[in-house]
Design a protein around this ligand. Structure first.
Ligand SMILES: [Zn+2]
Length: 60
C-alpha cells in the first residue's frame, strides 16, 4: 500500500503519521532555506499537532 493509512480501530495513529512527516519536511525545507522563523513555527505546529492528535498524556 502507498499513501495514507487509516487510523486503526484502537485509536492509535498510523505509524508514519503523514501530518508529522509533513511538518518535519516543512521544517527541514525552512532550515535549508535559512528561514529560522519558519522553522521555529514548524516545530511549534508539529508539537501542537502531536499534543492534539497523538494524545499521549505524560506525567499525570
Ligand atoms: Zn502526527
Amino acid at each position: 500500500m502507498t499513501g495514507l493509512e487509516p487510523v486503526s480501530a484502537s485509536g492509535r495513529p498510523p505509524a508514519p503519521c503523514p501530518e508529522c512527516t509533513r511538518w518535519r519536511a516543512e521544517r527541514a525545507r525552512a532550515r535549508a532555506a535559512g528561514d529560522r522563523t519558519r522553522a521555529a513555527d514548524c516545530v511549534v505546529l508539529l508539537r501542537r499537532h502531536q499534543a492534539a492528535v497523538h494524545l499521549r498524556v505524560v506525567g499525570r
